[in-house]
Design a protein around this ligand. Structure first.
Ligand code: GLU
Length: 449
């Protein structure tokens, strides 16, 4: 039996490898998920009978388009936009838009694929999708950002809607961009608050959506730590990144008594033995500044240029990678081991690569995969959709309480499923199986569509 499952999975992965040889990140993500589903396939013969994995790895639709826009000098510029509508078995496609020069089809497909399982784990009715553009928002004026967003939405508006596909933010897309995108959608279609999530509050966004991914990450961590009879009080943490996820993860970690020693941006990292002042980090990032500015106000802190925060010479308990994919490879993972880390929880999507994962899993390190640990953002997005559909806006505490319950349930699901499959503590296996099970059941029940 095990052999047949393995063969089937390898067959699907080989086909992907032949068909999309250049899509490195997409192959990495599909390999990680499908390989961990072997025991699940053993118990579910319908996966092979109905060839469900071939359906699962192929997006339902990929929309790719030109985004022409005019810069402040009057020059015409062109970027590529795309939306991968990966899987709608559980609901409308749901997932963020990423504006970053690194964006390509492989990255958006990997993110869209991960989103299917993440969204399934939230227990809310949302399918998986992702989109974005290779547009670089860094250094652009407000007017340029607005013109770009308007042009992007001119095409995207034909493919989305509150019951079809509901985009949100990701790297490079925050409240400002969502505002401009929404304005253009409204102009072209009609006012429908349910078309995008992560909206500013006065546009019927949800309270706690800004905080949701970072807070959710720490709630997930808290559940894991408490499950081991321990607490976050007095723990030391290193965070990578200083964007939306990192900012609110640092804030919640501090609220729960932990100390964040360091965080980073593209230029380097800051180390502050008295605990990172996340309010200052937020202020610096809001004005588009560099973390180098942090030491101007905190003279005891140090700034380390052009170095990964994972090279930090310190011992600490918890690593929260919140920057981007593949930031921790095998050799950086070894640094984490040397630092004495006991928990690694992913705020970003796939920040630990295959080799890094091998290093972590050889040790007694509890690893929380992004699709579970960072699901709080999209979970509150689904709550935003629910509020928009009711034409209501819940208060902060109500949303925050629901977020806490959702993250506790996700942790339990991952942990219990790992146990059921004979690998207690393997949260990655638990997340993949628990996430996939529901989607595959729904796909199978819907027949060939
Ligand atoms: N971009 C976020 C994620 O990776 C949020 C997506 C959403 O809210 O739709 O899950």
């Amino acid at each position: 039996m095990g052999q047949a499952s393995k063969q089937y999975i390898n067959g699907v992965l080989n086909r992907l490898n032949k068909q999309y040889p250049d899509m490195v990140e997409f192959q990495q993500a599909t390999k990680e998920v499908l390989r961990s589903l072997e025991k699940f396939v053993d118990r579910h013969p319908e996966v092979i009978e109905h060839n469900l994995f071939e359906l699962l790895v192929e997006p339902e639709r990929v929309v790719k388009f030109r985004v022409p826009w005019q810069d402040d000098a009057g020059k015409w510029q062109v970027n590529t936009g795309m939306r991968v509508q990966f899987n709608s078995a559980l609901g409308p496609y749901k997932g963020g838009l990423r504006f970053d020069p690194s964006v390509n089809e492989s990255i958006i497909k990997f993110l869209g694929f991960e989103q299917i399982f993440k969204n399934s784990l939230t227990g809310l009715p949302i399918g998986g999708g992702k989109g974005g553009s290779n547009f670089n928002p860094k250094g652009k004026s407000d007017a340029e950002i607005m013109r770009f967003c308007q042009s992007f939405m001119t095409e995207l508006s034909k493919h989305i809607g509150p019951n079809t596909d509901v985009p949100a933010g990701d790297i490079g897309v925050g409240g400002r961009e969502i505002g401009y995108l929404f304005g253009q959608y409204k102009r072209l279609q009609q006012y429908d608050s349910g078309t995008l999530t992560g909206k500013p509050l006065e546009m019927w966004g949800s309270y706690a959506r800004t905080e949701a991914t970072g807070y959710g990450l720490v709630y997930f961590l808290q559940n894991a730590v408490e499950d081991r009879g321990d607490s976050l009080d007095g723990k030391t943490i290193v965070v990578s990144g200083s964007g939306n996820v990192a900012q609110y993860a640092m804030k919640k970690a501090k609220d729960l008594g932990a100390k964040v020693l360091a965080c980073s941006d593209r230029g380097g990292y800051i180390r502050d033995e008295s605990g990172i002042d996340e309010e200052l980090v937020i202020a610096i990032k809001e004005r588009g500044g560099s973390l180098a500015e942090y030491i101007e106000e905190h003279s005891s802190a140090t700034y380390h240029t052009d170095e990964s925060v994972w090279t930090i010479d310190a011992s600490y308990d918890i690593a929260l990678p919140c920057a981007t994919q593949n930031e921790i490879d095998g050799s950086l993972a070894k640094n984490l081991v040397k630092a004495g880390v006991t928990y690694v929880m992913e705020g970003a999507n796939m920040p630990v690569n295959d080799e890094g994962l091998e290093v972590l899993t050889e040790q007694e390190i509890l690893y929380g995969p992004g699709k579970a640990a960072n699901a709080g953002g999209v979970a509150v997005s689904a709550l935003e959709m629910a509020q928009n559909a009711q034409r209501l806006q819940w208060d902060f505490d109500e949303v925050d309480q629901r977020l806490q319950d959702i993250m506790a349930t996700i942790y339990q699901k991952c942990s219990k499923t790992a146990e059921e499959y004979g690998e207690p503590g393997n949260l990655s296996l638990g997340a993949n199986i628990a996430g996939a099970e529901k989607v595959l059941k729904a796909m199978d029940a819907q027949g060939l569509v």
